[in-house]
Design a protein around this ligand. Structure first.
Ligand code: GAL
Length: 674
């Protein structure tokens, strides 16, 4: 079993801490003194500093001051804390935007934005880049060898697009490189449709209504972001070559293909704000968090990742503003550790006194003491983390993977129909497939369609609308070599240009793999009833159902109820080489998926971490080759008992011995070392 090294420089412990904005408190040094006292008491050890500090560092053009940051860095080092130092490009100074309006973005209506919000600089502006290079270089030069500097935090939550002439020119150059000739581009975008043929590169804008045009603009935005990131990294690396770099992602945020962003990062970090006030079902909350954690771990081949931001209590921007109930904070954060994080940080260490985030949860509230429920929750977790050093770098072995792919998401977004975008529900559907196995405690990776399939035994591909080049071939090779693949309706319709495969679906050779022909897909509106019969039981179908035909596969379930579909196969299996290819032609609920995928996982010999007959409990396992760490989570509001697998365990929290049955309080969580 692989053991990974520390994700940031000089850190062998679980990271715990948060965004720290001392520049908001420079006029009240006693508050900063208090911060350091409270940081010790909270069991925090890692702080992301300087994220929005550009004006504090460069109050006027070319006039830098680092005195306050020097003092903070030194104090951090005195306390043996780690600093993940930010580049400040996420929010620009007003003086910069006023003197050089071209650093501001042009919005999609073609209007230059005034100086106002954050995260809104032009990706291309040479002047902005020059200023970013200058300040990044100064930071890197000054702090490269500072003992507190442990990592770089690039900007903040990169997002959005710029529609200025410079960015559009770059779009055209990128298209030229991608397609070579206009003929190729016109063919790829199917521009004979509505007379959209381009005869000059200069005609091309982000606003063209070809689906290929919209799709490529999305792709290009990731290219822009990654180029900007690389540019930021170059400035840092020149002086601090060995300091790892990350940028904080936002889970399944649809604006950037994070697999490409991940390639620019040394380690992955994510901002996670579960909907405690939105989703009443805690099982769904945890499963959704787990899925993104599994993706972030998979992005670097199993390497531990970091939660860069999470809310110690409620956020100010989510509806509901519900306070976390007892144990829920620990449950949320340990879910990340249990799925492969080596640290969980907060937004934010201390509540700002004014402005937009003054009501956002923080470790230290306006009262300024440790006498709050939230501080106690944080300190309790900090104390536990201090006993968890052995977990750092440990792996999370998974033999099954679920595919969730940004370009599939974009294919659903840009393709007009079938049905409305709200009905397609790509992400929710993949989450439902994921949850069906998560609930059974089967360890899963979450990968993209370009990832290596060969290390898995079971591969789940829900709604893989777009097949990128080579994916169908790799799926076939995977199954031929003995793997099991499950694919669902809405798969194999489009190539990478969003053009449909001809000659029958699932296309690109997948009819042969699955032994079926998908003749047509139909919507199942709420006023239609449809269901499938599987092993003598009926399961409801909603949303979509395909009329498929057997071309060598065997039917495992058939449609019942609607005469148009009745008797047609709905779930099939095809033997292909040494493996099996399953196809699910209709949108069933989680109940069917749980039954069906659970059985498949068992047939494949995939071991659950603990048997699924511990209702209300989710479990994960991390292992470093010598020790195993079993994580148990009670996602219900009642006390639950868990029957432990054979062996004797030690509870990390209090060192007590455990075996047999252990009890978890409502929303309780526990780490047991084997
Ligand atoms: C994040 C952002 C932070 C803070 C936080 C509030 O998206 O990166 O700076 O605004 O939200 O929840």
């Amino acid at each position: 079993m692989e053991k990974f090294g520390p994700i940031i420089r000089n850190a062998a412990e679980i990271l715990h801490g948060g965004d720290y904005n001392p520049d908001q408190w420079l006029e009240t040094p006693e508050i900063i003194d208090r911060d350091f006292e409270l940081m010790e008491k909270s069991g925090c050890n890692t702080f992301s500093v300087g994220i929005f500090s550009w004006t504090a560092l460069e109050p006027a053009p070319g006039k830098y001051r680092f005195d306050w940051l020097d003092r903070i860095m030194d104090r951090m080092a005195e306390h043996n804390f780690h600093v993940i130092l930010a580049t400040p490009s996420g929010a620009k100074p007003a003086w910069l935007a006023t003197a050089h309006p071209e650093v501001c973005r042009v919005d999609e209506n073609g209007l230059r934005q005034p100086y106002s919000w954050r995260h809104n600089h032009c990706w291309s502006s040479p002047f902005y880049r020059a200023k970013v290079r200058e300040i990044n270089s100064k930071l890197a030069k000054r702090y490269a060898n500072h003992p507190a500097l442990s990592g770089w935090h690039l900007s903040n939550e990169y997002s959005g697009s710029c529609y200025c002439d410079l960015c559009i020119d770059r779009f055209r150059s990128w298209l030229r490189e991608r397609y070579g000739t206009l003929e190729n581009l016109n063919r790829a975008w199917w521009n004979t449709f509505w007379s959209h043929i381009h005869t000059d590169w200069a005609e091309i804008t982000p606003w063209g209504c070809s689906e290929g045009n919209s799709f490529d603009w999305k792709r290009f935005n990731t290219v822009q972001c990654c180029e900007f990131m690389k540019f930021e990294v170059d400035a840092l690396r020149a002086c601090a070559p060995d300091v790892p770099v990350t940028t904080n992602m936002m889970g399944f945020f649809d604006g950037l293909d994070y697999w490409r962003v991940a390639e620019v990062c040394d380690f992955i970090s994510d901002d996670v704000y579960p909907g405690w006030g939105i989703e009443p079902d805690v099982r769904k909350i945890l499963a959704e968090c787990s899925m993104r954690h599994d993706m972030h771990r998979s992005m670097k081949n199993g390497k531990p990742f970091l939660i860069m931001e999470s809310a110690p209590s409620a956020t100010n921007w989510q509806p509901g503003h519900r306070l976390k109930r007892p144990n829920q904070h620990k449950l949320e954060e340990l879910t990340a550790i249990g799925h492969g994080a080596d640290g969980t940080l907060y937004f934010q260490w201390r509540k700002s006194r004014g402005n937009l985030e003054k009501f956002h949860g923080a470790v230290v509230d306006h009262v300024g003491t440790e006498e709050t429920r939230v501080f106690r929750d944080v300190a309790e977790l900090g104390a536990l983390y201090r006993k968890c050093g052995g977990i750092c770098g440990s792996a999370y072995p998974a033999q099954a993977a679920v595919v969730w792919d940004w370009e599939c998401l974009w294919a659903f977004q840009t393709s007009s129909g079938p049905g409305s975008l709200e009905e397609k529900k790509y992400t929710e559907t993949v989450q439902t497939f994921y949850r069906a196995l998560w609930t059974k405690n089967i360890p899963l990776d979450v990968i993209e369609s370009l990832s290596d399939f060969s290390k898995y035994r079971l591969l789940i591909c829900p709604m893989m609308l777009m097949l990128k080049p080579g994916v169908a071939e790799r799926l076939k090779a995977f199954v031929a070599a003995g793997g099991t693949v499950v694919m669902s309706y809405f798969s194999g319709y489009e190539d990478r240009d969003t053009n449909c495969f001809l000659g029958g679906w699932p296309g690109d050779g997948l009819m042969e793999l699955f032994g079926i022909w998908n003749e047509e897909i139909g919507g199942i509106p709420a006023f239609d009833r449809q269901s499938i019969c599987y092993e003598g039981r009926e399961f409801d179908v909603s949303g979509y159902a395909e009329r498929i035909h057997l071309r060598g596969a065997e039917s495992l379930a058939t449609y019942v109820v609607d005469p148009l579909y009745s008797g047609n196969p709905a779930v099939t299996v095809n033997r292909f080489g040494a493996g099996k290819a399953y196809y699910i032609a209709a949108r069933t609920g989680e109940e069917f998926l749980s039954e069906f995928l659970g059985k498949l996982a068992a047939d494949e010999g995939l071991e659950p971490v603990i048997p699924a007959d511990n209702p209300g409990i989710s479990a994960t396992l991390r292992s470093n080759g010598e020790e195993e760490f079993l994580f148990l989570f009670n996602y219900t509001a009642e006390e639950r008992s868990v029957r432990l697998p054979e062996g004797s365990y030690t509870a990390l929290a209090d060192g007590s011995a455990r075996s047999g049955v252990v009890k978890l309080p409502p929303f309780g969580s526990e780490i047991l070392k084997k």
